[in-house]
Design a protein around this ligand. Structure first.
Ligand SMILES: Nc1ncnc2c1ncn2[C@@H]1O[C@H](COP(=O)(O)OP(=O)(O)OP(=O)(O)O)[C@@H](O)[C@H]1O
Length: 782
């Protein structure tokens, strides 16, 4: 595939930045064969182009070969996309041999491609809308490549096309598809996303990139700061997920960016070769008013292509959608129950904020559900984000906790389930989130968790938008309660405690900020009740903590043992009744404690730790199984209680393995026996703790060792040196330039420098996903 070709002849900057003069077009460098192919393509485009406003019927199954496309693009499409390999999780030992057979080939156009590409080839501006997973990426990348090809751009000609993506991951993915289908073109392409430190290095490469795939912020940074960047020849601009670009507050940046670029199409002359101006294409699965605003800013007589507008549903055909009502306090239970009963699935779980994602991920990691857990959100370092993205891409089974940073455009193969733990803020967000599954022709399932308050409003909103959602409820046989364990985890660590509070606050904030108050009613949040709500949860939290500590039970056990011992001692002393060894006061206390525990039990039955009978949460009739707390944590917990002596009664008889100690309450004997006993317990616990710590250290050491080994293989440099931020998509690769590249690659080992944010205990990830590594490397830059 691609070999590097350093573009050494830099074009002089065009100060005006508005070069639209046809005379200013790049000199003709193509071979005679190419020139005649281009002429033939131009003729075909002119004669075969559909009239304005034409949208072909659906399900036409038209082949790419029937379009006036260059041989280079057709070959790229037919050779396909290496991403399909990842579906195996890279576990196939014969991978190298089977690569071509497993590559996803693009032979037949999807509906949006069939409808949009012919108009786009003619140079018309496009406002494209089609369901998620319907192939919009190729619908804009193919015309883009073709335009540069017909205009004979070479790596020396600088930027000719820009693709803007709202998120970094989406930009990476688009870049990946571009490299795959553009592998027979001789264009230079680059990926510019924020969060990387190599801005200076990027600056040297940007002016040489024919195709720039980027996020708006980073592009603007370059437009403003990179000397020598001439965007005067940009003849095609794509805004992927256009509505989101505006959503995210990119609007001002977009206006500035447009100001740098050549003006858009402005002529009615329907001939692309006349170079009327910059062609602009906007794509999204959800067209909103904002996109229309943007269209007004940058599109001229756009062709509106909404291929699924007349369809019964706005979501993919193969998608099964359901919703389940879950009270807030059972949300984690519901999510964990879901994970436990879908261990062999690939699942994305959406939360509304970074801290909620972190919180759920941290808590569930401690419970080791038996499937790799990952967390993707905007507060991670870019390197970590990229690694996670590729890690999840290649895994056959995993759970990804994510914010909406993963809701748009990402095309993870074989996602079985999308769970929305927090309701989306609007229908558009719902559509994009569920659209991470059931992509192209595959099926998928989506589950929406709703608070009782949200149920009515959200379901109405969805049905108004022609989205069919079945309501369902939890099967109690599959439900588990994690509240106790979660409370223990939170109680055990101040960091977790802080995170839990943060997660809850940001959840409240997100609900409070929800624009649609009919769907997200007060929840006690509009004014004062916010505090009430928080208070409520605090007390619940404390309850959970107490229950989890379970010190009363421990105390009771201790007392029973002591009572037995007391009897034995009394027997030895000839006091058969045993009276007086264990004080009446103590007995009273014990019975009080017993009744207290019973009370606690009944409280449990009433609320948090039970779910309703079949299909309902909160019914006291049927207690749910609790999540297994592993032995290590149990013993650690017990130690904690006893080391600080909190559960040891003043006036009690104690016993340990080394033998009974009879003590009289209040006496000197009692004091010294107690002290002795405590000392023994302390010693024993210290020993066990040391042992536990050692084991834990060894476990972590082992985990890091595995990770290091994995990283070592992962970071093997690609043979053809694809870890550049500037790549030539395909074509020429003479020895001279290759040598240059080899030496450059020697310096590049960014990926080696893995951070320690391993998101996943299971580190036996496949190491053989070169295509993805290459992109990760490209993204990380040099
Ligand atoms: N013509 C085609 N033949 C076979 N597979 C295709 C074709 N076009 C696209 N695909 C595949 O369909 C999947 C979805 O494509 P893509 O990511 O472009 O969808 P999208 O419409 O952009 O989705 P979203 O709205 O979520 O961004 C990808 O895996 C892609 O490889």
């Amino acid at each position: 595939m691609s070999k590097y070709k350093e573009t050494t002849t830099m074009k002089k900057p065009n100060k005006s930045n508005k070069s639209n003069n046809p005379l200013d077009t790049p000199p003709l460098k193509a071979s005679f064969r190419e020139k005649s192919q281009i002429l033939a393509l131009q003729k075909r485009i002119a004669s075969e182009c559909p009239p304005r406003g034409h949208v072909p019927p659906l399900n036409q199954k038209v082949s790419f070969r029937s379009l006036p496309l260059s041989e280079a693009t057709l070959r790229g499409l037919e050779e396909g996309d290496g991403k399909a390999e990842s579906a195996t999780g890279g576990k196939d030992k014969n991978k190298k041999k089977n690569v071509s057979s497993r590559k996803k080939q693009f032979l037949i156009m999807t509906d949006i491609q069939n409808a949009a590409i012919p108009h786009a080839l003619r140079g018309r501006d496009i406002l494209g809308a089609a369901r998620t997973g319907s192939g919009k990426t190729l619908a804009f990348l193919i015309p883009l490549l073709e335009k540069l090809y017909r205009r004979q751009y070479t790596p020396h000609d600088g930027p000719g096309a820009i693709v803007l993506s709202p998120t970094r991951e989406l930009a990476v993915q688009t870049f990946q598809v571009l490299r795959s289908i553009g592998s027979h073109h001789n264009f230079s392409a680059g990926l510019l996303v924020g969060g990387k430190k190599e801005f200076g290095l990027e600056q040297t490469h940007v002016p040489k990139m024919n195709i720039v795939v980027c996020t708006p912020g980073r592009l603007l940074q370059h437009l403003e700061q990179t000397v020598g960047l001439d965007v005067g020849r940009v003849c095609i601009l794509v805004l992927d997920e256009a509505d989101r670009i505006l959503d995210m507050g990119f609007r001002d940046q977009m206006i500035k960016i447009l100001d740098y670029l050549p003006p858009g199409n402005s002529t009615d002359d329907d001939d692309d070769e006349n170079e009327g101006g910059r062609q602009t294409m906007l794509f999204s699965a959800t067209q909103t008013k904002r996109v229309a605003d943007l269209a007004a800013l940058s599109l001229y007589r756009p062709e509106y292509i909404g291929v699924h507008d007349k369809e019964a549903s706005k979501t993919p055909k193969g998608l099964e959608q359901s919703a389940m009502v879950v009270p807030l306090q059972h949300k984690l239970d519901a999510v964990f129950s879901f994970i436990k009963s879908h261990l062999r699935c690939k699942t994305i779980i959406f939360f509304s904020s970074c801290s909620q994602v972190r919180h759920a991920w941290e808590i569930f990691c401690t419970m080791q559900p038996g499937v790799p857990l990952m967390a993707l959100h905007g507060k991670l370092k870019q390197e970590t984000r990229t690694k996670l993205y590729f890690d999840f891409l290649q895994r056959p089974h995993a759970v990804l906790f994510a914010t909406d940073v993963a809701s748009r455009g990402l095309d993870f193969p074989n996602v079985d389930w999308v769970v929305q733990a927090d309701a989306p803020e609007d229908v558009e967000m719902y559509i994009h989130r569920v659209g991470r599954t059931a992509r192209y022709t595959s099926g998928g399932k989506a589950l929406l968790l709703l608070l009782p308050q949200e149920e009515e409003g959200m379901l109405k909103l969805l049905s108004d938008a022609k989205i069919k959602v079945k309501t369902c409820s939890m099967n109690p046989k599959k439900a588990v309660v994690v509240s106790k364990k979660a409370a223990a985890v939170v109680a055990a660590s101040p960091d977790m405690n802080l995170l839990a509070k943060k997660a809850f606050k940001s959840y409240l904030r997100s609900i409070h900020l929800m624009p649609n108050k009919q769907v997200f009613p007060d929840l006690g949040l509009a004014s004062m009740p916010t505090v009430r709500f928080l208070k409520k949860l605090k007390s619940r939290d404390e309850e959970r903590k107490k229950k989890n500590v379970d010190y009363k039970l421990e105390k009771l056990k201790e007392e029973i043992r002591a009572e037995r011992l007391e009897k034995k001692i009394a027997k030895l002393k000839g006091n058969s009744s045993g009276e007086g060894v264990l004080s009446k006061q103590s007995k009273k206390k014990r019975s009080r404690d017993k009744s207290g525990s019973d009370d606690d039990e009944s409280k449990n039955d009433d609320g948090l730790l039970v779910v309703k009978q079949v299909h309902e949460w909160g019914n006291p009739a049927q207690p749910l199984p609790e999540v297994h707390i592993n032995e290590a944590s149990k013993s650690r917990h017990a130690k904690k209680i006893r080391i600080d002596g909190s559960n040891i009664e003043e006036d009690m008889v104690h016993v340990d393995k080394s033998g009974p100690t009879a003590v009289k309450p209040g006496g000197e004997e009692l004091a010294s026996a107690k002290e002795e006993y405590l000392q023994r317990v302390r010693d024993r616990l210290t020993k066990t703790r040391d042992l536990d710590r050692k084991e834990e250290r060894e476990r972590i050491h082992e985990k890091h060792k595995k990770k290091r080994m994995k990283d070592k293989v992962d970071t093997k440099k690609p043979e053809d040196g694809n870890d550049e931020m500037l790549v030539t998509l395909g074509g020429a690769s003479d020895d001279e330039t290759h040598d240059d590249v080899e030496s450059e690659n020697e310096e590049e080992s960014v990926y080696e420098d893995s951070d320690n944010d391993s998101m996943d205990d299971n580190s036996n990830a496949s190491v053989d996903v070169k295509a993805h590594e290459e992109l990760a490397l490209a993204m990380l830059g040099s």
